[in-house]
Design a protein around this ligand. Sequence first.
Ligand code: NAD
Length: 282
Amino acid sequence: MNIQTVGVIGAGTMGNGIAQACAAQGIAVVMVDIDQAAVDRGLATIGSSFDRLIKKDKLTQAQKAQALALITGSTSYDDLKSAQLVIEAATENAALKIKILGQLDAMLPAETVIATNTSSISITQLAAATRRPDRFIGMHFFNPVPMMALVEIIRGLATSDETHDAVKALAIALGKSPITVKNAPGFVVNRILVPMINEALFVLSEGLASAEDIDAGMKLGCNHPIGPLALADMIGLDVCLAVMEVYVQQYADSKYRPCPLLKEMVAAGWLGRKTGRGVYRY
Ligand SMILES: NC(=O)c1ccc[n+]([C@@H]2O[C@H](COP(=O)([O-])OP(=O)(O)OC[C@H]3O[C@@H](n4cnc5c(N)ncnc54)[C@H](O)[C@@H]3O)[C@@H](O)[C@H]2O)c1
């Protein structure tokens, strides 16, 4: 399959990042959101992101102009018909995604592959919202998309080898290093990462060390670029709690129980950087 045009649903954090990563590699993009203001915000974010790369001498003005010319912003799903692959990166809500995927399935050509960037919803369940579960796959980019090397490719129960191979080749063409994983809550990276953050909060709440020392320990002892508690504040403590609750429910295993301190902090509205206070104060 030759992917020359990628459709992206959602012009938010991930959608505009995916659009930027594609356009930077010479792939045409149609980026769709619900209203023009959201599309314009996405396009503006891409423009500023390219500007930062120009400041660092990683991009020229001409390359920026070339990449931006490849991106079409739109509020109409009809404009996605020219794409060989449509990546859904709308708000993380199962009912919303099922609705969007049904709409896409009804209007896209039969051969178009649909991918979703969901971080937690079952790929098999989302594939079932379409009549093309063999041409449906998870393509989980990491934030910020232009910087992060990983793409987790998640196969649903019915995903075909052809679909998998096409999406993997695209990830490589985008300069990413893909890994292929089976469908399960949290896939691979968040399955390991979020319980580690939860455990760091247990260590904190048991008073074994200060937050600063826990983070220093994991940075210096495990070579992590950021400590787990600082990372929790970046991700959002509410997001970490929601993920642990999904694991407890889906795996029915008490090893995933959320740390009581995490629940307390979320109840207090201490959600991390976004609220000015989490494990640390900002
Ligand atoms: N933010 C992250 O760090 C991250 C990392 C990996 C994966 N994800 C996943 O990526 C997806 C998008 O997350 P985000 O952080 O970009 O969210 P976001 O809130 O920044 O952007 C979502 C966008 O989707 C748009 N949207 C909503 N309904 C739509 C519709 N019917 N049609 C078209 N657009 C619609 C919204 O207007 C918004 O602009 C989610 O599934 C999320 O779980 C997020």
